[in-house]
Design a binder for this molecule. Sequence first.
Ligand code: FEO
Length: 394
Amino acid sequence: MEKRKIKEGIYSVGAVDWDSRMFDNLIPLPDGTSYNAFLIRGSEKTALIDTVDATMTDVILKRLDQLDCRHIDYIVINHAEQDHSGSLPQIMEKFPEAQVVGTAKCKGMLMDLSLVGEDRFLTVKDGETISLGNRTLEFIHAPWVHWPETMLTYLREDEILFSCDLFGSHLATTDLYVSDEGQVHEAAKRYYAEIMMPFRSILKKHLEKLQKYKLSIIAPSHGPIYNRPEFILDAYQDWVSSKPKNIVVLPYISMHGTTREMVKYLVDALVDKGVTVKQFDLAATDIGKLGIALVDAATIVIGSPTVLTGAHPNVVSTAYLANALRPKVEFLSIIGSYGWGGKMVEQLAQMIPNLKVEIIDPVVIKGFPGKNDYKALDKLATGIAKKHKEHGLI
Ligand code: FEO
């Protein structure tokens, strides 16, 4: 267990999931993931922080056996989602003396999921502590990272924050700590985009609240743990900031090459005007990569042909996702073509009420682009660059 030892009496006992390629059957996992759990032995009491996905119950039970763990006083559940609570029933069965600790909302959710009975649950308030003897657990309520019941657990004497989903990354690795910050930065940004970004304004408040805590280690429940916490705290400060960057994200799809031609032309025109563009062909793109790009973008331009009077279904799905993820994007436009008519612009505009964007005049043309259509695309590129300049992004 030496590789899993954080400090004397503090061990990582979670499971690495190398093979999983989708999370919640929604989020691509190009690098797998992990479900982290931690055993903390105090001079008087022992606590387990989180459990693992039900598919990996055998792994956590084996890790606890390897540590000769015969008694657990508290099973802290920071977050009720099943990837952290799935193995709770088996662990409670093996350690019948253990109390399950969490927020009042967490208790309700675990009971709804039939994972725990009321008699075994100990509800903790924001700021409440539990003593393990020479170690103290402090509970920090942090709703919406990722569900309304979530909390963080701070181990005071060791200055370790067990943050569950917050600061996590979907990355399978045998390394306990971050060893490649570039790789973890991308994995954590993908995670932030898909899980945390919808709650950006709440997150800002949580980050402020955390400033009063001295943090030597941040141990999330997905991905490697941080022994240089400022690395992930600085990244989060950047991601939650209100100011976007000089970036246009351009998700598009093309059926016969017309929309692709418009995309190529517009991208060149934007680059000529000093704007960075990130282009995604929705026929093949990894939506996680698109999510990463949305974290910083100032503008989205959606490219779509007209299919049966509306946008292409892949574009509809992407507009729905972008609306749900609520990036800090400020401007939006639409480009594409039609054969005989349609209401693509109206349809897409109605799908994005959560995006507080200014719409820059769309360029939707009939057939393949001609001279006037290219002029309209030039005008769109000029308009976007002007907006970025006015907002101090260029
Ligand atoms: Fe890792 Fe929201 O569960």
